[in-house]
Design a binder for this molecule. Structure first.
Ligand code: ZN
Length: 326
């Protein structure tokens, strides 16, 4: 069948807000490349967070997209961090097949220039939840955050939970453009994930990240990683942040640059957009579930105003509409 596959040159046309699935069958790897422009900028600009928080939340959005876009059902993939650092909580919601929303909570007084992602997050955990609706059980995976980046956390998760050799790259940056009204800036993001999926499972054995509870002085148990996976990782490691977010470099050209010696096959692009699921009805329903006293406490200047944390939309109710006894 292979000779029936269309072989063509990589497209030079960059496609933003899209996931490009790919396969390098000579190396037994499958992966996804994400490029984000307007969708990422839309989510981040709605909040107007300080730049370090926006960048970190952007990385979480790219990671969530890489993971959530593999789901083959209509449901939600939720990534959530809870930590003791300046950014104490991040929530990213991927609503299959293509919608994203996100927010962060942070302590402004603890933010400083030059803090790494790990320093912004601090210690705590990252949870990934797959929600397929009320009929289905929720699946949750947890990984500790201990001062490392979101990439580190993703590697730890795949090593411990999925046991699939996986590498992830995430990049977020601000694009500055000169214009008639002065320079404008927009957020861009990009990321990629590769997974080693050989037919023979013994080829997928991995080197443990830390020696665990081996007795002191014992020689670390050496596992030779499969040659194809070693080669895949070294090719993948050459991806630079600037290439992941470059608005003029097409995703296909980037993949071709990385894997052309082995041959890379791409699958249909999945498009993404920013979008919230909140509505006046849903907010009214939430208010109705509160205790009457809590509802009464929400009245300010003769009205109840609720702001959606995900998209910053505000919903106004009269005390009567909010169910506050007059
Ligand atoms: Zn909303």
């Amino acid at each position: 069948m292979a000779d029936q596959d269309a072989i063509r040159a990589p497209s030079a046309v960059p496609v933003d807000d899209a996931v490009l699935p790919f396969e390098v069958s000579a190396l037994d790897i499958r992966g996804r490349l994400v490029r984000m422009g307007a969708a990422l900028d839309d989510i981040l600009m709605r909040h107007d967070y300080p730049a370090p928080v926006s960048k970190l939340l952007g990385e979480a959005i790219v990671l969530t997209t890489l993971l959530g876009s593999s789901l083959k059902f209509h449901g939600r993939f939720i990534l959530q961090t809870q930590t003791d650092g300046p950014v104490s909580m991040i929530v990213v919601d991927f609503i299959a097949p293509d919608r994203l929303r996100a927010y962060a909570r942070f302590d402004k007084t603890r933010l400083a220039d030059g803090l790494s992602a790990g320093e912004l997050l601090g210690h705590g955990h990252l949870a990934m939840t797959i929600d397929q609706g009320p009929e289905m059980s929720r699946y949750q995976g947890l990984v500790a955050l201990a001062g490392g980046s979101l990439e580190d956390a993703a590697h730890e998760y795949f090593l411990r939970s999925e046991q699939i050799p996986t590498r992830v790259r995430l990049a977020v940056g601000e694009e500055l453009r000169g214009g008639g009204d002065g320079p404008t800036h927009r957020w861009r993001g990009g990321g990629a994930l590769i997974q080693f999926l050989p037919k023979a499972p013994e080829r997928a054995r991995q080197v443990d990240l830390d020696p665990g509870d081996a007795p002191e002085g014992s020689v670390a148990h050496a596992i030779d990683e499969d040659d194809a996976w070693v080669e895949s990782q070294s090719l993948f490691a050459t991806v630079e942040d600037i290439e992941l977010i470059d608005p003029d470099l097409s995703g296909e050209r980037l993949l071709f640059r990385l894997f052309h010696e082995r041959g890379v096959r791409v699958f249909p692009t999945q498009h993404l957009h920013a979008g919230c699921t909140c509505s006046r009805d849903a907010v009214a329903g939430m208010l109705a579930s509160f205790d009457p006293e809590d509802r009464a406490d929400m009245v300010e200047n003769g009205k109840v105003v609720v702001t959606c944390e995900f998209c910053s939309s505000t919903y106004e109710f009269t005390p009567q509409e909010a169910g506050v006894e007059g």
